[in-house]
Design a protein around this ligand. Sequence first.
Ligand SMILES: Nc1ncnc2c1ncn2[C@@H]1O[C@H](COP(=O)(O)OP(=O)(O)OP(=O)(O)O)[C@@H](O)[C@H]1O
Ligand SMILES: [Mg+2]
Length: 381
Amino acid sequence: MATWLSNLFRPRINAIGLEIGGANIKAVDLGANHQLLNYAQRPTPPGLLQDGLVGDPEALGEELRALHKELRTRKKQVVTALANDVTVVRVIRVPKMSEKELEEAIPWEAERYIPFPIDEVVLDYALLDDPEEIEDQGEMEVLIAAAREETVMQLVEVLNSAGLEPVVIDLKPFAGLRPLEGQLKPEEEEGANPITLYLEVGHTATSLVLLKGERPLLSRSIGIAGKEFTQAIARSFNLPMEEAEEVKREYALATLSTEDEEALLDFGEVEQGRPTPSDIYAAIRPVLIDLSTEVRRSLEFFSAQGETQTPDQAFITGGGSKLKGLKGVLSDVLGIHFNDVNPWAALKVDTGRFEPGLLEDAAAEFTVPVGLALRGVSRVG
Ligand SMILES: Nc1ncnc2c1ncn2[C@@H]1O[C@H](COP(=O)(O)OP(=O)(O)OP(=O)(O)O)[C@@H](O)[C@H]1O
Ligand SMILES: [Mg+2]
């Protein structure tokens, strides 16, 4: 059985973090002591990715080459991740057994959670419990990750065609947690570890992770993110996606503004016939409801498993989270205060070289690629 998260590990790696996202292809290059050497992004050309798979390998290869050039690094090794919709990530329960037994049993234990034939997948897992601490008839929790072998091979081939060498294929939801490590509430005594909710709203998908202390309780991908909002605007006002994107960024507000607020918004540039904020709100409202419902369901699912408390802290990131008012709506609906993630805070940044304003603008989009890059400069084994 191939262990795709780990079989490419070296004791020490020195790799670029690379995220091939539905809207943006992003890379981060780190040096010693997590110093930011460079970062770059290019918009993902339409049609390049289809349902998380590579639609046009040649064009993607070219984009990757161009991005790599912008980074101005000699490094060829990359840590990257598959799209959420082509991976299965679950926390599963298995009977108590030794680590050795688990290694043999994992394909059978995992099979029923994986929607592809087990002999066509690459599967990796991490044991979350110490078998020695579990009572005899008890169960232990295992994090499993699986993807079709074909999908992984396709990604590896495209990277190779761009002169890049993948050393780790990571999971987006967990990569994005890495820059947060310093900001998580500290672990408390046994049983009282804080619950953290992490939401990364990208373009094609939203990753949701619940942690207890540093232990994953739940990881889900929700197929509602920035693209859904743009599509809703495009449909309602019969606009091409590029224009709808512009309308979303400039004028969309996830809360219904009062007439007074509308008057205060700067519409100097708006030509006649441009949708008003309340029209736009009406267009995106169903998407807002779907997204908050999905998040609430995940929290309910988790409460139903016996963990009753609401999260002690919550973080939101990803480009899609920049939709004005989104954080407020989610906070209201879920009764949780959301903090932004500043991935750059996990790095040493020379502000003489990198303009703080630009870094701040790109923070939400760069949480995942910074997390991938952090994996690329750490010791693994
Ligand atoms: N100011 C803004 N207001 C609203 N949405 C924004 C804003 N800036 C960026 N976005 C949205 O963020 C999304 C891009 O974010 P990001 O780069 O995190 O996605 P991605 O990594 O390419 O996608 P994915 O990982 O889901 O495949 C787009 O949907 C874009 O419309
Ligand atoms: Mg992304």
